[in-house]
Design a protein. Sequence first.
Length: 628
Amino acid sequence: MSAFQLAIVGAGPRGIGVLERISANAAEFARGRRIVVHLIDPYPPGPGRIWRYAQSPLLRMNSMPEDVTMFTDDTVRMDGPVSSGPSLAEWAENVRRGRLPVRLPADVEAELASLTGRSFPTRRLQSAYLSWVYDHVRTGLPDTIEIREHRVRATAITGAEPGWVWLEGASRPLRADATVLTVGHIDAEPDRAATELAAFAERAGLSYYPPGYTADVDYSAVAPGEPVIVRGFGLAFVDLMLLLTEGRGGRFDRLDTGTLRYVPSGAEPVLHVGSRRGVPYHAKPGYALGGALPPLPRFFGEATVRELAERTGSLDFRRDVWPHVAKEIAWGYYSELLTSHPHRVHLARADFEARFAEAGWDSPAMRSLVKTAVPAYDDRLDLTALDRPLEGRTFDTAEDFGKYLRSHIEADLGRRANPAFSADLGAFVALLSVYGQLAALVATGKIGARSQLSDLDGWWHGFFSFFASGPPPQRLAELLALQEAGIVHFLGSGLRVGTDTERRLFLADGASFPGTFSARTLIEARLPSPSVTAAADPLLRSLYESGRLTEETIPEQPGPAIGSGRIHTRDGRMIDVNGHVHRNLFALGPHTSTRSAGAFTRPRANALSLRQNDMVARRILALAATYR
């Protein structure tokens, strides 16, 4: 009996997560069937491309060790067995105490000495954890499963069942009875706007850097002292900021006051940064909840999702869904405020909860309740102000705006460091609970196309990232030091980028203060939007061109369906151009119809990605069991 051949294209965390579920479920399905798993990735299995060790030691995670795991637990609602393992924090403690015989690079070993569950590790340390996870999974495989690593790219898949996976530089393909793509974020060719900016830069002798993963972009041509327009104020900017400053020999000194001072090396460019919001992402909270939150979600749980799915006609996210989402976020916030800071709520807990439950989101009753029960404005949750902190604010000069934004960042750092404001963490936890529920609602197909793409994929995802996926507080302190040193300047909100063909310059202006800034270099500090139709990866491009992979389309009433840019899947199985659901081709990741967050899984959170990994692994093993 010949072995069942499985190809996993993409051997980063998601690919290894599927492998772990294959291992855990094998006893139920395989019945002695031999399975050969081909791990195909030019980067090391476990870390993959994004978390590989070979990147700058300055780059850090925006998650804490206690919030990162690769393993299932008894909260995960899946059909397969639990196969527990350590979180990043637990792994680090076990290594430090000598319980795990792991050989680590010297810099990672030194970092472990002071690491706590609430630190923000380097990506190199996370790389070491993921490498260990892979070794752990590989060591624990049943004797019937064999791993073969291929440190190259997959370029095409041909044939039906079995298929043939073509590898870069190989003269013959691999046979694959099933293939799963765990490709993570989809790299895309520049869109029309980026193409036009690149063409202008080439004609004018300027420098343009389109959207991309910051650690993979070569910025060495950006000259010292060069004024640079940077569009994007999120995590990609934080990485860029560090690579072009401390990464070029500057240093941060901590003063007796506790603040940072930046000492330039002279090799830094001058960064002028702006975005739609005009402010950086909120720093991650540096404290724990003061008490235990009630079970979440409460106001946007399964019953609410069912009720919304059963409504007649398409849903509009802002009108129909957001009120439930916002109430859930507020419930997490006020629950923590009531639990840990009850003296700041002038109403008995039972009364507040009852009135809150009855009131509609942002209704007069809700507003009256909050105003009466929570007298301090800083203790109230204002989601509108959180979403657009510069709305309605204008300043006479760039200097005035810079002073204001500096005070805004200082206030954010103070709030995220002070446990008195732990209600913010309650809102953060509620946001996470909402994420999985939204995936279930999207799967029903009830949200209209324009609303899903604009409101859900656009606005909501941006708000979630802005509030909950920000950098370590240290990074915002460094941003302030760089602004004080004249290395970083702020362009404000509503950033617009244009070109001056006569002077051969890029232009930038915004809504926060008058005036236009010009520069010879423009950097897009963001990832490209997902686009199957413009995928840069040769495998995805060939699958799309052959019709074996299609773009997810979302129906709109009235009007034609609209493409989302994602890989079209159903329960993890890819769908071809004729609407046929493949039996042996799978895809998982944030840019598929089988959505999941791009972030790592938190322990004991019934994580959607772990459930999806289990579902796909069991489907693959069911195929293997029937294979002849």
